[in-house]
Design a protein around this ligand. Structure first.
Ligand SMILES: Cc1cc2nc3c(=O)[nH]c(=O)nc-3n(C[C@H](O)[C@H](O)[C@H](O)COP(=O)(O)OP(=O)(O)OC[C@H]3O[C@@H](n4cnc5c(N)ncnc54)[C@H](O)[C@@H]3O)c2cc1C
Length: 421
């Protein structure tokens, strides 16, 4: 495979691209990997110590994602600033239905963990800078031309346009750069006519490591236990879906009115809302690409599927897909196939597709059923929540989704010392 400049080009060094690069460096060290990232990446910009900030954005990592990071040898570092989710409480605002999941029922230490995105990024960057991976940053992938063997990837660095030949291009650009459309992929978008408002909040009662998923007449809301340097146990990460109008009104409210509005919607399970931090917001759309592979190119992470964030499934799903891709690249090496071979990429897609379809359906139906204001639908979901709580089989299935252990687990054995040579 040495006739190309590199073996795999990854367009985008965000959570998905960086994790993939690291996993390939660990599992298939013989593959030459180049990451192209639009933002600058300076090793000396990485701080020696990390202090959680009150306003940091965070991601809920499912238990299954912890197992993957363990396999990659990264969990120990990530866990230094990870808040465990020991219980999940799902309920419908103002109605009786509720269901509860408890890690101890499943003989696990936690159902998942809440980790600041910045900390996760730092952990990945530190490991990546030590790994044998080429970086081009700041630079953008702007196109790709198929070659007889492999692909030619066009890069823009400042005003200069250059090309890099590779066996395969993996698009991990988050779906926002227009690259996948340029390459001929056709994403389908379904807007939810809602926005996700994200902020950290302080409450008078401790969260006791409980995540709350609450469905209100205007849309779902999640409060995840979040670690903080001060008032330990009293800080949660809020993800709240609001219409354009509600969002506009909310953003200009003074602090105490914001807390009051939140109190009205969430209730008193965490006591009084004392403070709400910096608010950021994102329009909500379900984006999927039904055929995310072509000869020499594959989409991963948000470029392949962007979900509603309230169920906290997006990155967890992406991570399982990345491990399937890594597994298939390793098998391809054993069979002397190029990683860009369509049969390799199709096999990856076929193996990941059931998990992808079920997870999209799971988070989409949560939003549609639980965001519905009509009384009969609300009564049915109350019955559903009660049923879920009472029926161990149904509850176990729900728990497996929440813990990220329901899908296929890729086999990504790391090579032995002799294989590395
Ligand atoms: C509010 C919110 C809350 C969420 N909460 C959760 C959660 O709790 N749990 C969970 O599992 N998921 C969650 N998600 C989903 C999760 O954030 C995404 O799945 C994840 O960030 C996707 O990472 P990515 O690397 O695919 O994309 P991104 O994070 O968007 O990274 C893309 C990278 O590519 C770079 N780039 C872009 N274009 C180019 C180009 N042309 N060339 C080179 N580089 C380029 C960008 O600079 C960026 O670094 C949430 C999402 C939102 C919006």
């Amino acid at each position: 495979m040495k006739h190309t400049d590199t073996d795999v080009v990854i367009a985008g060094g965000g959570l998905a691209g960086a994790t993939l690069a690291l996993a390939l460096a660990r599992v298939s060290p013989a593959l030459r990997v180049t990451v192209v990232e639009a933002f600058p990446l300076a090793a000396d910009a990485l701080p020696d110590s990390y202090q959680p900030s009150y306003d940091a954005r965070s991601t809920a990592l499912a238990w299954g994602s912890r197992l993957i990071f363990e396999e990659l040898g990264l969990w120990q570092r990530i866990s230094e600033h990870a808040t465990p989710i020991q219980r999940i409480h799902v309920s419908d605002r103002g109605r009786f239905g509720a269901t509860r999941l408890n890690a101890s029922e499943y003989e696990q230490q936690a159902l998942g963990y809440v980790v600041d995105n910045r900390w996760l990024g730092l952990c990945l960057m530190r490991e990546l800078l030590e790994a044998d991976i080429q970086w081009q940053a700041p630079a953008e992938v702007i196109g790709m031309t198929p070659l007889e063997q492999g692909v030619s990837v066009s890069l823009k660095t400042g005003d200069a346009i250059t090309a890099l030949t590779a066996q395969c291009l993996i698009v991990a650009d988050g779906g926002r750069s227009g690259l996948r459309e340029k390459l001929g992929f056709q994403p389908s978008h379904r807007g939810y006519n809602q926005n996700a408002l994200v902020a950290n909040v302080t409450t008078s009662d401790s969260h006791q490591f409980t995540a709350f998923e609450r469905f209100t007449g205007t849309g779902p809301m999640a409060l995840l236990p979040h670690g903080s340097a001060s008032r330990a146990g009293h800080q949660s990460a809020l993800i709240w879906t609001l219409s354009d109008q509600e969002l506009e009104e909310f953003l200009v409210m003074p602090q105490d009115e914001k807390c009051q509005r939140l109190q009205e919607r969430f209730g008193w399970r965490l006591g009084r809302f004392d403070r709400i931090g910096e608010c950021s917001h994102y329009p909500l759309t379900l984006t999927t690409v039904s055929e995310p592979v072509r000869p020499g190119v594959a989409l991963v992470g948000n470029a392949a599927h962007a979900l509603h964030p309230v169920a906290g499934q997006g990155f967890n799903l992406a991570l399982r897909g990345l491990m399937t891709l890594v597994e298939q690249f390793r098998l391809a090496q054993e069979q002397d196939l190029s990683p860009g071979d369509l049969q390799v990429l199709r096999r990856y897609h076929e193996l990941h597709r059931p998990d992808w379809q079920q997870t999209v359906q799971f988070s989409d139906s949560l939003i549609r059923i639980f965001g519905h204001p009509l009384a009969p639908v609300a009564a049915a979901r109350d019955a559903g929540l009660v049923g879920l709580d009472l029926l161990p089989g149904a509850k176990r299935l729900f728990a497996r989704k929440a813990m990220g252990t329901g899908g296929r687990r890729a086999v990504i054995n790391r090579p032995t010392a002799s294989e590395k040579k």
